[in-house]
Ligand binder design. Structure first.
Ligand code: MG
Length: 385
């Protein structure tokens, strides 16, 4: 079990659940970071007394300081530099990357270069910079333990196995609130409907990504990088009950699956305790209560999943471009500026206009990310205002 955590994104859904696990298992906290939620961050600093804490948006630094008691020893930081310092704080042996968005990439890289275990919950890291990150992790012998339920399931299925014996990875997908809809029906869905995930309670960005199946597309790409598989060997099956979290098909015809209730506490805890397992507060699923069903995903209606397969095949910066355009599109949807079906349209147009180039370093990734953001924002401005 790890001794102390650097937790990036401590006020979000994965962040607060990581702190639940730390509290229950008696693991220390070396650093906490938040984007703007200074009130919750202040409570967490008071409870866990980390060495460092970072409020990324420096406009909230004074508000944060005002909520802390006089003798508080925690050093307060801001900005991307503060995130990076927090990620590589010496006293932590794991960095849990629970921030949303491309802002998570550099701090994750910094933690890898400091040789820490990574509890990987930030999707963008592998989607946008997968080759760079995996190469750095191999070089630094930094273990990447996935926190996402699907990748944790595959990680668990592969314990004690050899990669050469894998035939296919099978990611399960709930199908989200619009499972079974056709393209026509998708045209009239509301933001409120898109925000109602049937099984999982998550932040708003990932809930929208689940409804569009962009999230599953990201997970296909992440799985390719994490388990060193060609993406044509990563399949997706829609499994509405979200009990089977993913599977591995082996060359001898065997399939291994990992099952559990849809509760992120299990994969979060495993990233902290691996290679051990510890008792948790989560119960087993009741396997007699519902039939487990599986169906093929509809790539024609859920075009974001199809776009992800295509971008991975193209390689270079195309996945970073797709990710950035999606972030802009989702935030426009959340602000009710574009309809739900416009998400793949924004991504596709951005991919057509920003050429994919070879990734040589994180600067290449960030430049592609920035160009894609500028282009997709302008596209939305012109087309939907
Ligand atoms: Mg997932």
């Amino acid at each position: 079990m790890v001794k102390s955590i650097s937790l990036l994104g401590s006020t979000g859904s994965i962040g607060t659940q990581t702190l639940d696990a730390a509290r229950r298992l008696g693991i220390g906290i070396s650093a906490l970071t938040a984007n703007r939620d200074y009130k919750l961050l202040a409570q967490q600093i008071i409870e866990f007394e980390p060495e460092l804490a970072c409020i990324r948006d420096s406009a909230y630094l004074d508000d944060l300081r005002a909520l802390l008691p006089k003798g508080c020893k925690t050093i307060l930081l801001t900005g991307d530099e503060g995130m990076i310092e927090s990620a590589r704080v010496r006293s932590a042996d794991i960095c849990v990357t629970a921030v949303v968005g491309a802002a998570g990439i550099r701090p994750t890289y910094a933690a890898i270069m400091a040789g820490k275990r990574i509890g990987l919950a930030n999707k963008e890291t592998l989607v946008a910079a997968g080759d760079l990150i995996m190469n750095a992790a191999n070089r630094m012998k930094s273990e990447i333990i996935p926190v996402d339920s699907e990748h944790s399931a595959i990680f668990q299925c592969l314990m004690g196995e050899n990669n050469k014996d894998i035939s296919k990875l099978v990611l399960t997908a709930s199908g989200g609130p619009f499972r079974g809809y056709n393209s026509k029906q998708l045209e009239s869905v509301s933001l409120e409907e898109a925000l109602k995930h049937p099984n999982w309670s998550m932040g708003s960005k990932i809930t929208i990504d689940s409804a569009s199946m962009m999230n599953k597309g990201f997970e296909v790409i992440e799985a390719g990088h994490l388990f060193n598989m060609d993406v044509s060997s990563v399949e997706v099956l829609v499994h509405p009950q979200s009990i089977v979290h993913s599977m591995v098909k082996f060359n001898d015809g065997s399939i291994k699956a990992q099952l559990g209730v849809p509760d992120m506490h299990i994969p979060i805890q495993l990233a902290l305790t691996y290679p051990d397992r510890m008792p948790s507060a989560t119960d087993f699923p009741d396997l007699t209560s519902a039939a487990l069903t599986f169906e093929q995903p509809d790539l024609k209606t859920f075009r974001c999943l199809d776009l992800a397969y295509k971008c991975y095949a193209v390689g270079g910066t195309s996945c970073a471009i797709m990710n950035a355009a999606n972030e802009i599109a989702v935030s426009a949807l959340l602000n009710k500026r574009i309809p739900f079906v416009a998400i793949p349209e924004v991504i596709e147009n951005t991919l057509e206009h920003i050429p994919s180039v070879k990734v040589v370093d994180l600067d290449t990734v960030e430049e592609a990310d920035m160009n894609a953001r500028v282009y997709s924002s302008r596209y939305i401005e012109e087309k939907f205002n």
